[in-house]
Design a protein around this ligand. Structure first.
Ligand code: MSP
Length: 534
């Protein structure tokens, strides 16, 4: 089982392009594993509790649940539009999750992992946490990222995190696979050395009521991160008491891949989460693997309300189409690293790699097959050097695609397919099928060329299914092939059989026009209409 999860998104504001990138990446990886024939379960969801939601709801004059649900809807709509095919939905206000969190709290308390104490210190309202001197800047002040900082004395419940740090150090050191990419694991190892405090896991109800009540101390609710992290197991059926609406935990766990952004590796996932699981009694081999992606920035800057540079993915879907956005996000970002969102690059990459290169290849090949061969393909009888080179290139592209996808490197995987598509277009220019069609002596060679082109389109179209499910379906539909049961590993040359019939093409990747191009097109159409009327 390939159990893959994503971070659950805060419901304190609308989704932005960063959220979209993470879900698309996770969806592409999940589709990839499904395509490989692995049983796969993708969990996505929303993080609905906490101070930020409570404050936004108060400002809106509605209850926190209603507020969280309204924002949740925006995420759900976006994931539908972007084709995120999740199998499970984690919403932290779900009573099944609340029950699980409370069970875990009780069990940890019974084991002696939780204790109550009073603490006086500086508290960041925005980040909902007490600050220590480590959080002070060089000027000795708490920076603007902490928002309003107040002095507070409070009794709270603590998780004995520090007791688990020696285990964590040893575990992360000896299990390089636990964090990808490797440089993030190194960051985590350094952060573990700085982990000297236990974790406050409660908030007094008089300050924050929008959370899961502590089962053994009703004056408190659970700290939002402690609650949120548990979603990965609660919605996988942990301690569900046989609830048939949840999966069978034994089949899903451990998560093969938890997809998270770089900002929530330290301390949330890399320290709190692993130590929480350890405290609950999970063994080393039952720990999840973390895939840490970078951030999408705008012109090198972080997206923020104050900078007014937040990019709305729904608008991008309106403008470019959902699949163009999906392709761009996983093609132009090297998994693990930051990248800049740039609509001009989106247009350029889509137009060149999909509209021009793959779209034209498919259109031209199908058209020529219709025109010169009565829509019928014949398995090649002879061979020649360029055709052999093309088959070799496809083999290489597929091997690289498989290798890179398994290593989460979507960008290089797609780059390998694109390189093969470019080679196919070069092969058309070299072979000039339109010239071969004029010479009856060259009929065999013409058949061979068209066969090589369409077999290539089939393989590329099939593999692209994990990134572009809709376009892939349309391409394969025009080729009239059924890929049921086919896996990337079982792809072999010769899927198209003797006498195979194809359909007339209809463009799958219409060009994205610039506003100037659109204007020009409209002017041309108007001139034509005027001429027709005259
Ligand atoms: N609710 C927590 C996660 C709890 S997981 C148990 C949270 N929510 S978030 O809405 O702020 O972020 C959700 C995910 O989106 C995180 O993985 C975060 O890293 C990611 N991103 C937020 N902004 C991003 C970019 N600008 N670029 C890429 N991903 C970013 O954190």
């Amino acid at each position: 089982m390939f159990y893959i999860t994503t971070a659950i998104d805060y419901t304190n504001g609308a989704p932005h392009i960063g959220h979209a990138y993470e879900k698309v990446l996770a969806d592409v990886l999940a589709r990839w594993h499904r395509m490989c024939g692995e049983e796969t379960y993708l969990l996505a969801g929303v993080d609905q509790h906490g101070q930020k939601v409570q404050q936004k709801a108060e400002a809106a004059g509605i209850g926190p649940l209603q507020y969280a649900q309204e924002v949740t809807l925006k995420f759900v709509e976006l994931w539908k539009r972007l084709g995120i095919a999740y199998d499970g939905w984690a919403a932290t206000s779900d009573p099944r999750h609340e029950r699980c969190v409370q069970k875990i709290l009780t069990a940890l308390r019974d084991k002696g992992c939780l204790y109550k104490k009073s603490y006086k210190g500086f508290y960041s309202v925005r980040q909902e946490q007490f600050l220590t001197d480590k959080e002070r800047g060089q000027d000795g002040q708490f920076g603007p990222e902490w928002g309003e900082v107040i002095e507070l004395e409070e009794e709270n419940w603590y998780f004995n995190l520090t007791a688990h740090i020696p285990w964590l150090r040893q575990f992360v050191t000896s299990h390089p696979e636990v964090v990808t990419p490797e440089f993030r694991r190194q960051d985590l190892l350094m952060a573990i050395e700085r982990s000297t405090n236990d974790l406050c896991i409660s908030r007094p109800k008089n300050r924050l009521s929008w959370g899961i009540p502590l089962p053994f101390d009703p004056d408190f609710v659970t700290y939002v991160w402690f609650d949120a992290l548990i979603n990965y197991i609660s919605f996988a059926g942990y301690e569900s008491g046989g609830d048939a609406t949840l999966p069978d935990f034994k089949r899903l766990w451990p998560a093969a891949c938890e997809v998270i952004g770089k900002d929530i590796l330290i301390p949330a996932h890399g320290i709190y989460w692993l130590c929480m699981l350890h405290a609950m009694g999970f063994a080393d081999e039952e720990m999840p693997r973390l895939l840490v992606h970078g951030w999408l920035n705008i012109k090198g800057e972080k997206m923020s309300k104050s900078l007014g540079n937040i990019v709305d993915p729904q608008e991008l879907c309106d403008h470019f189409g959902a699949e163009a956005l999906r392709y761009y996000l996983v093609r132009d970002t090297k998994t693990g690293y930051d990248s800049d969102y740039d609509p001009e690059r989106l247009r350029m990459i889509y137009n060149s790699e999909l509209a021009n290169d793959l779209g034209n290849l498919a259109n031209r090949s199908l058209n020529m097959c219709m025109r010169y061969c009565n829509a019928t393909l014949h398995t090649p009888s002879g061979d020649d050097e360029p055709s052999a080179a093309l088959r070799q290139s496809l083999l290489q592209a597929e091997a690289t695609f498989i290798e890179q996808m398994n290593a989460y490197n979507t960008s290089d995987a797609l780059g390998a397919l694109h390189a093969h598509v470019s080679l196919c277009n070069g092969y058309i220019e070299q072979k000039q099928p339109w010239a071969l069609a004029k010479d009856p002596q060259k009929a065999e060679e013409l058949q061979r060329v068209l066969y090589h082109l369409l077999e290539s389109v089939l393989h590329v179209g099939f593999l692209l299914g994990c990134v572009l499910p809709e376009a892939s379906g349309r391409l394969l539909g025009q080729l009239q092939v059924d890929v049921a049961g086919l896996t990337p590993q079982s792809l072999a040359w010769g899927i198209l059989k003797e006498g195979h019939q194809v359909q007339a093409p209809s463009p799958v990747f219409p060009r994205i026009l610039t506003p100037e191009e659109k204007e020009k097109m409209a002017a041309k159409a108007a001139a034509k209409a005027a001429k027709n009327n005259a």
